[in-house]
Ligand binder design. Structure first.
Ligand SMILES: NC(=O)c1ccc[n+]([C@@H]2O[C@H](COP(=O)([O-])OP(=O)(O)OC[C@H]3O[C@@H](n4cnc5c(N)ncnc54)[C@H](O)[C@@H]3O)[C@@H](O)[C@H]2O)c1
Length: 312
């Protein structure tokens, strides 16, 4: 039996990860979350015998000590996520994204494993026609980016760990986020039939949420091989500009009008292509296409009557 702890379990990634982990009866999943945003995203799992939910705040050391006991693998996903939210709640951001991670590591036994997601947004502005790899310098510009870059260092120093620098994630989750670029563009395309783009030439890398979950499971199964390293995790065929992304959406939603706004700058300065060769050489390749993800999202925003709440 694998005892697996997921913090931030009710979140966009956590709820999809727990769902997949629980399918394997050899896993016992302990899910912890404060239920900040979505109170229903784990409801479908309560029936499972190999699933336990604890509503708690992982900033408390007493909670950490209790939840890490007897865990073999830990996914510390609880965090304040995204630049605007972290700017608004600076103290909570540092407590959640950094201090609680330090407290957790202080209380872990050496053999307990950590699999940790951070963001590739730290690459900031990449050179023209050059792909950022894991050795490219990190220059995070937001508090969110800085806490995630620092947290990655802390987790890597722990040693018995694997880190993933995630591309912008897209696709449906039990706790939906519509602030993520692809999800956001498709939502606006469907609801307004128009997209106004500024700095449309900015490049990004993307990955579907099911590939993220599969990569995490790959990391459990290949931990020894991957351990002590950080890996970019994105869909290699999906390194494209905001404009190309909008055009892909337009292919499936013909009514969409795309306009470019020339004199407005994006506070999010991310502009880079990312190489995912390191994880691909280790044996994992993301495959869920952007086209399929767009088609999935179009149906979600056309047919669902759920009001999706964002973090801020
Ligand atoms: N989604 C992405 O595109 C992306 C990209 C890169 C990295 N990540 C990382 O993946 C992780 C999960 O992100 P997400 O997109 O699922 O975000 P999310 O906001 O959907 O989930 C975070 C969860 O953490 C919980 N939480 C926050 N503070 C808590 C606390 N003190 N105690 C207990 N629970 C708490 C929230 O209730 C929420 O359910 C984060 O560490 C994030 O930095 C996400």
């Amino acid at each position: 039996m694998n005892n697996i702890l997921v913090t931030g379990a009710a979140g966009y990634i956590g709820s999809m990860l727990c769902t997949k982990l629980v399918e394997n009866k050899k896993n016992f999943v302990t899910a912890v979350d404060l239920l900040k945003y979505d109170k229903n995203s784990l409801s479908h799992l309560y029936k499972n015998k190999n699933f336990k939910f604890i509503k708690e705040d992982i900033r408390k050391e007493s909670v950490i000590k209790k939840i890490i006991k007897k865990q073999d693998i830990i996914f510390p996903l609880a965090a304040l996520v995204g630049a605007p939210l972290c700017e608004k709640f600076k103290k909570n951001t540092i407590e959640t994204n950094i201090n609680s991670l330090k407290l957790m590591i202080k209380n872990l036994k050496k053999e307990q494993k950590i699999i940790y997601p951070t963001t590739n947004s730290g690459y900031g502005v990449g050179a023209k026609n050059k792909f950022c790899d894991e050795n490219s310098p990190l220059n995070p510009i937001s508090l969110y980016g800085t806490t995630k870059a620092d947290a990655e260092k802390i987790v890597l120093k722990y040693g018995n760990s694997v880190c993933f620098r995630l591309a912008t994630v897209f696709g449906y989750s039990y706790r939906m986020r519509t602030d993520l670029l692809v999800n956001n563009f498709v939502e606006r395309a469907i609801k307004k039939n128009k997209l106004e783009l500024f700095e449309a030439h900015f490049r990004r890398n993307y990955i579907h949420i099911s590939d993220v979950v599969d990569a995490f499971i790959f990391a459990i199964e290949n931990f020894k091989k991957l351990k002590g390293n950080t890996y970019n995790l994105g869909l290699s065929s999906a390194n494209l500009t905001k404009y190309s992304l909008a055009k892909l959406i337009q292919k499936q939603h013909k009514k969409l009008k795309i306009t470019q706004i020339k004199n407005k700058s994006d506070p999010d300065k991310r502009d880079y292509f990312v190489s995912n060769k390191k994880i691909e050489s280790a044996g994992f390749k993301a495959t869920f296409s952007l086209e399929n993800g767009i088609s999935e999202l179009i149906k979600i925003f056309e047919y669902s009557d759920v009001k999706f709440k964002n973090n801020y």
